[in-house]
Design a protein around this ligand. Structure first.
Ligand code: SIN
Length: 285
């Protein structure tokens, strides 16, 4: 696809494109439409050297839909729509350093996530992305048929693929974000979803799996676990991935309906600060 107002430069064969010719603080509807099209096409898009205020980031995010508030973490005092993810020099935990898709434990998981880099390490702290379209396409017809109507079961806290760690305990860098569990008790943080998800806008099928997914509904644990282990590994093989190197002013926008991501925890002793906004999604089918 070619664009009249923007340029899209793929960064890998699988997914991901850098978009140039855009000031995210000053977007008209025609440019936004092309950005949206490029996002659907490339699944994750990146912008460099942006200089936008929190208000401008929120305004850009709102063009994609209603802003989602995390059930376990609190946004910035002045900007509750923005989660400030800080890893200090002393922190030993890195937020999101496991393959996942955002809010899979929600019956209506997040559609998109936008991450804007404020401070970055001199090296390291990249983010990996994997195309779940490619992961689905590469499965055998036998596997696709066997698992066609199967659902996964996901939970939002103390999940087994994150070492059972309580999420409140690990985000030391930002006490504002970590201190308070926002979930007032009436938000559902468990959900069953189709293992093969149809993207509501592109119509393409993708493998819908990530660290929140615990098991397969209706299977014995001994049956589900080897299938899940295979799918988790299959989904993130190098040929399905891209890797983004951050600089201050970089902004990434990924489509949680067809992408998994993983924050690389390789910058011990260095600081990284990001502004993250997620956008509400709908019920997977
Ligand atoms: C996340 O999982 O949203 C964080 C990704 C990152 O910090 O690179």
């Amino acid at each position: 696809m070619s664009y009249a107002q923007i340029e899209a430069h793929p960064i890998a064969g699988a997914l991901g494109a850098e978009i140039s010719g855009v000031d995210l603080g000053d977007l008209d509807d025609d440019v936004f439409k092309e950005i949206h099209d490029a996002w659907l096409q490339h699944q994750v898009i990146f912008f460099r050297s942006q200089n936008i205020s929190p208000e401008q980031q929120i305004a850009f995010a709102r063009r994609f839909g209603e802003i989602h508030h995390h059930p376990f973490m609190r946004g910035m005092v002045d900007y509750p729509d923005i989660l400030e993810i800080i890893k200090t020099e002393d922190d030993t935990h890195t937020f999101g350093s496991v393959w996942h898709t955002d809010q899979m434990f929600n019956p209506e998981p997040a559609k998109a996530t936008m991450l804007y880099a404020k401070e970055t390490p001199t090296a390291g702290g990249d983010t990996l992305f994997a195309s779940m379209y490619l992961a689905y396409d590469a499965l055998s017809e036998g596997m696709k048929a066997m698992l066609a109507d199967v659902k996964t079961w996901s939970v939002g806290n103390n999940f087994k693929n994150n070492d059972g760690v309580d999420r409140r305990e690990v985000y030391k860098g930002n006490t504002q974000m970590a201190n308070k569990v926002r979930n007032p008790g009436n938000l559902v943080t468990e959900a069953a979803h189709p293992l093969f998800r149809t993207h509501p806008e592109t119509g393409r099928k993708g493998l819908y799996i990530g660290s929140h997914a615990q098991t397969l509904e209706g299977f014995h644990e001994a049956e589900a676990e080897p299938i899940m282990a295979f799918l988790r590994e299959h989904a993130v093989q190098p040929e399905f991935t891209c890797r983004f190197r951050w600089e201050p002013g970089s902004l990434a926008l990924w489509d949680n309906r067809c992408v998994q991501h993983h924050a690389v925890a390789d910058y011990a002793g260095q600081r990284r600060r990001m502004h993250r906004i997620t956008i509400c999604g709908d019920k997977p089918f």
